[in-house]
Structures are given as C-alpha cells and as structure tokens.
Design a protein around this ligand. Structure first.
Ligand SMILES: *Cc1c(COP(=O)(O)O)cnc(C)c1O
Length: 389
C-alpha cells in the first residue's frame, strides 16, 4: 500500500515551484478586478470580448431569472429539457452550420461525454500533444488506443493514420489555449479525409474571436462542413458557463442516448441558456464585430511591441492569447508577482498545465483594456525581466 503522506506531497510541490493556491477576486468590474485589496487590470481572463460583465448580459440574465427562476430541476432526459435549451441548440447549430447541437453543463463535460460515447476499445484516438486536459481525460475514459502526435506534426499524424485500427478520431484544438497558435487545420482535414478518419475540433478559444461572425477557425478557413465534431464552450467569449457539441443530427441523437455527462447531470439552468442565446446573437452581429475589432487592435499593439524588441513567438495574432515564455517555473511566478505589485493581473502558467521548463506568462488581452495599458503592461514586464536576469 502507498503511504498517506500528504505533507510530503505538498512539500514537494513547494520545492519545485509548482505550488498553487486559490486567490479570490474581491471585486470584478469589467477588466478592473480587485485582489488582496489591490486594483488590477485583468490580463488573465478568457472573456475575450468583455461580455461577462456587460450590461447586455446582465439584462439577459435578469430577464431569464424572472422567467425561469434558478435550476432546471432535473437532467435533460427526465424533465430538465426546457424550450430555451432547444432554442439555444438550434441557434448553436445555425452558428456552426451543422444539423444539430447539444448543450452540456461545461466544456469539460462535452469532452467527457462525447469521446467515450463514440469511441471504444479497438478504436484509435490521435491527439495533438498540446490538447486540453478535458480531451486527454476523455480519450483515456473511452478505452480506445491513444496515440499522441507532437504539436501540429503532420508527418507523424500521417504515419499514425496509416497504422490506426478501428474507428479513427483525430482530436485537436483550433486555437491552443496556452500557446495561442492555430492548428494546421486545412492539412489535418485533408489527411483525415484521405484516411476516412473523423475530426473533433475544440474551438474553445476561437469562437467569438475568429472568423465571420466569430464562428471560429474552421469558418475562417471555409472548412466547417468538412469537420464532423465541433466542440465549444459558452464559458469563454460568450461570458457565461456551459459547453456544446455541434454535429450531424444522427451524431447528436447518439450522444443524447450515450453521453454519460449529458444523461446523468442536471441540465444547465434555463436562465443561462436564455442568456447564452442572447449573447450568441450579439456576438454574431455588428456589436460583436466592433468588440472583435477592439480585441484585435489590442493584440496587434502587443505583437508589434514584442516584435520591436526582437521577441517573436509562435501565436496567432488574430486570437486573444499571447504567451510570453520564461522557462523556469519560479522565475515565471516572480514576474507575475511583480506585475501584480505594479497593478496588472497576468498569470504564470506552469507544469502540469504546460510542459516542465516551459513556464510562461499568459497574456490575454480583451476588447476592454485601453490599448496604452496593454503596451504599458508589456513595457513593465520587460523591465522586470531585464532587471532580474
Ligand atoms: C476551457 C477549455 C475547455 C473546458 O471548457 P469549460 O467550459 O471551461 O469546462 C475545453 N477545451 C479547451 C481547449 C479549453 O480551453
């Protein structure tokens, strides 16, 4: 039997610079947050368009609450399916140009429900090395053989496709959550078609941000109708909480019957579904376009500053994630702490979220920060790094 020595596990985390703890925000007012009594400009949120605190979202929620109250009361197949859930699913299918869509209580639950519902022992899942934990865990849960290909490595993927058995599913993100770069989507789609595999594309960080109407990377590249499984979340640019899978009617029918995180979990609160449908409409329209424009100009200013000082890293300047790779875990934490003292919330991302020795500051500009604050933060970050090396 293994010892219950929790103390030594905790000590080990401290020793490796991998200790994490919960630090609550005391106030949130759009992009300004308060933590430990200090007002900070937030560069750590996935609320890329700044909708989470918007007047429009508050109103939609209030409206939803007064109509539907709080929780849905049951799981979807029992009596937890309200008209608003179906309306939202229709709107999501329209958004993703698929026949149907299905809502889950989180993006994590989408992965855990979908992959094991479609894949099993004897099948093969090909995962990009940098895929999100939810995709990795879902693949493990399915019992299929898992083969991991190095990030965006098409030759390796092609070789793996050549030897894979059973049903074959490729799983990748469109914009990678900790690197901000894009999948080699066109090539991946071509490879999968050549081999008769399916593709699950997780657009968590691209929806709302990229493509016409914010429909994501697949839409930006005109590849939507060549992808079988479109995964997304309501928790990022839509400013709420929950996830969805969009696919053919048949696949969605199969998920309704097989996806355990869908079947055995209380359905998302109807007022959240109501607000999500409203936010989706807003995000697709002109207001969404103007927010995307502001986000893009913030990211562009940051990119230009980085290039001007000779730092060019791999990320997609059109999306909202700009990593600044420091390497050493403790050093990344020190930079983050110093930025905190200077009034900026920029998180240090470490193992196990990213590989060991690849610790980084994950800067996520949103539509809400004044551009000069984005550049100001970056200049301070450079000073901190210079003075500490
Ligand atoms: C955030 C995220 C998820 C999980 O979505 P939640 O709605 O937060 O559970 C899944 N995949 C990726 C790539 C993500 O970044």
């Amino acid at each position: 039997m293994r010892d219950w020595n929790v103390t030594s596990e905790l000590d080990e985390l401290h020793a490796q610079g991998l200790w994490r703890e919960l630090r609550p925000l005391e106030e949130v007012n759009g992009v300004i947050v308060k933590r430990e009594g200090r007002e900070l400009i937030n560069f750590s949120s996935n609320d890329y368009l700044g909708l989470a605190c918007s007047e429009e979202l508050r109103q939609a929620l209030v409206e939803g609450v007064s109509k539907y109250g709080g929780g849905s009361g049951a799981s979807r197949l029992v009596c937890g399916t309200h008209r608003v859930h179906m309306d939202l699913e229709e709107a999501l299918a329209d958004f993703k140009r698929t026949e149907a869509a299905l809502c889950f209580s989180s993006g994590f639950a989408v992965a855990l429900g979908t992959i094991p519902a479609l894949m099993g022992s004897g099948d093969t899942i090909l995962l990009d090395k940098l895929c999100h934990a939810s995709l990795v865990d879902a693949a493990r849960l399915s019992g299929a053989v898992i083969r991991v290909f190095p990030h965006n490595h098409l030759e390796k993927l092609s070789r793996l496709l050549g030897t894979a058995t059973g049903r074959v599913l490729i799983v990748t993100e469109s914009i990678f959550s900790m690197d901000g770069d894009a999948a080699a989507l066109r090539e991946i789609v071509e490879l999968k078609e050549k081999h008769g595999a399916w593709l699950l594309l997780d657009e968590a960080h691209a929806v709302g941000v990229l493509g016409p109407q914010g429909r994501g990377l697949a839409a930006a590249l005109g590849l939507e109708n060549r992808i079988e499984l479109h995964m997304g979340t309501l928790s990022k640019s839509l400013g709420l909480s929950g996830g969805y899978l969009a696919a053919s009617r048949q696949v969605i029918d199969l998920l309704i019957n097989r996806a355990r995180s869908f079947i055995y979990s209380t359905s998302p609160p109807p007022h959240v579904a109501h607000a999500a449908a409203k936010m989706l409409q807003l995000l697709r329209g002109e207001h969404g376009d103007s927010l995307r424009f502001r986000l893009r100009s913030n990211v562009t200013s940051l990119s230009q500053r980085m290039e001007a000082v000779g730092l060019s890293q791999q990320y997609t300047p059109a999306a909202g994630i700009v990593p600044f790779i420091v390497g050493d875990e403790r050093a990344a934490v020190v930079v983050s702490e110093r930025l905190f003292e200077a009034g900026y919330l920029v998180p240090a991302i470490r193992f196990p979220t990213v590989a060991r020795g690849k610790a980084r500051l994950r800067i996520s500009p949103t539509a809400l920060q004044p551009t000069q604050k984005v550049v100001g933060m970056f200049n301070i970050m450079l000073d901190i790094i210079k003075s500490s090396s």
